[in-house]
Design a protein around this ligand. Structure first.
Ligand code: ZN
Length: 172
């Protein structure tokens, strides 16, 4: 698929990099998909966050669920229940972060910015912005702890990740 018949950027550079990765760094062939460190992390899609390395883990160690804001959505809860019961998860970290766009914009501001970028109306698109990050994190931690399929034996922590210092601050 290297034809340049479209104006969209192709994937050749990334596919080439993948071949190098498979030859040199890749080491989890034959792994079972269990979270070997017993950890699951829910965090933001933000490119400044390296969820495994920031807690000293590596591929194979943890289940990672990411979305805008690092929120415990219904999808996140599905993933956590699967993780706890089928994939060895014993500790769950919920990790939003400082300077998150989802907490720095109002829903109206995001819709306006997206509408401007898209060149069309975006007022119908929900983004689920966070108005109070600490309160949202507390509610998200409570949602996991109180889920009927998450046993009390599973530790659930709520942390704010500082994208400027690299440090986690446990709030819940
Ligand atoms: Zn974010």
């Amino acid at each position: 698929m290297s034809e340049s018949s479209t104006t969209a950027q192709g994937f050749d550079d990334l596919v080439e990099a993948n071949k190098r990765y498979a030859e040199t760094e890749f080491s989890t062939g034959g792994f079972d998909g269990i979270a070997h460190a017993g950890v699951a992390i829910v965090t933001c899609m933000d490119s400044r966050i390296d969820p495994l390395r920031l807690v000293g883990l590596k591929p194979g160690d943890a289940k990672i669920f990411r979305n805008p804001g690092g929120r415990v959505t219904s999808n996140a809860l599905e993933a956590l229940v699967l993780g706890v019961h089928l994939l060895g998860v014993k500790r769950i970290l919920i990790v939003p972060h400082t300077r998150c766009a989802m907490a720095a914009n109002t829903e109206q501001e995001l819709r306006a910015r997206i509408g401007e970028s898209a060149g069309q109306d975006a007022s119908w698109q929900a983004f689920h912005v966070v108005t109070d990050q600490r309160a949202a994190l507390g509610a998200d931690v409570a949602a996991v702890r109180s889920h009927p399929l998450v046993p009390d034996s599973v530790a659930v922590g709520g942390f704010l990740y500082d994208v400027d210092s690299g440090l986690l601050d446990q709030l819940f």
